[in-house]
Design a binder for this molecule. Sequence first.
Ligand code: ADP
Ligand code: MG
Length: 280
Amino acid sequence: MLDFTRYVAIGSDFAQLPFAEASKGPTINPPKIQVENVDFWYGDAHALKSIKLEILSREVTAFIGPSGCGKSTLLKCLNRMQDDVREHEMTGRILLDGEDIHSPEIDPPMLRARFGWVAQKPNPFPWTVYENIAYAPQIHGKVQGRAQTDEHVENCLRRAGLWDEMKDRLGEAGTDLSGGQQQRLCIARALSLEPEVLLMDEPCGSLDPVSTATIEDLIRELTGEIAIVIITHNMEQAARVAQRTAFFKLGEMLEVGDTKPMFQDPQSEDCRSYLQGQFG
Ligand code: ADP
Ligand code: MG
């Protein structure tokens, strides 16, 4: 049963939040990704149920909801990372720029290269800072020669807010950096192929507040340029960075819409109590 007194108090907290600004650029913002009636099973376990969702081109979309509700599963369906899972089945369609990502013309490695991926736990390659970023662009022929690669590495580190700290440490092992630096390195790596979509699965889950703030700044900077999907358990973070939010529970997406109206007046009882729990 909803405790309305508590909700009113909580509602006023949400009124204080600095909600994310609308994205820059033209007002028409076409869908980058369309998720059409997607169901997903791990063996017999039904992890996603009839998901219908659009991810817009130049905005940040937050996925929120209790642990185990399918947020990461859906995120990994978007770039076909789930292909590697044993005994899975997916039905429905996912379109990227209107094209079915499972159509035979799509080459999965080329598809994945259009996405940047940031995991909860920083996972740099056991190589130097420089190599962490240079590797993918070199393999994909995006950069040629030392000068061009140097410039690209610098740009990616700058965008991730890491250049000043790293410019004299490019030859050090990525795994020797602090946790926050490692995560920013992983973000620099995720940006190294100039992705059209950036997928982040609780990117600040293990970070201190300063590193978290740097990452939120970066997300705001990229807003309006590319589509970003971020899974977060931090509702204030969702409010700060995401124009749109989708709420999941037990494999279903119960609510999606602009973050501010959703947080201030959620439509479903489940979403309301989840948001309350986060603030209570
Ligand atoms: P969330 O990210 O919202 O916490 P997940 O997408 O990770 O949720 O998980 C959704 C459900 O699928 C959970 O019940 C989880 O235990 C199950 N699950 C996730 N990954 C696997 C896997 N590789 N194999 C089997 N079950 C999985
Ligand atoms: Mg998860």
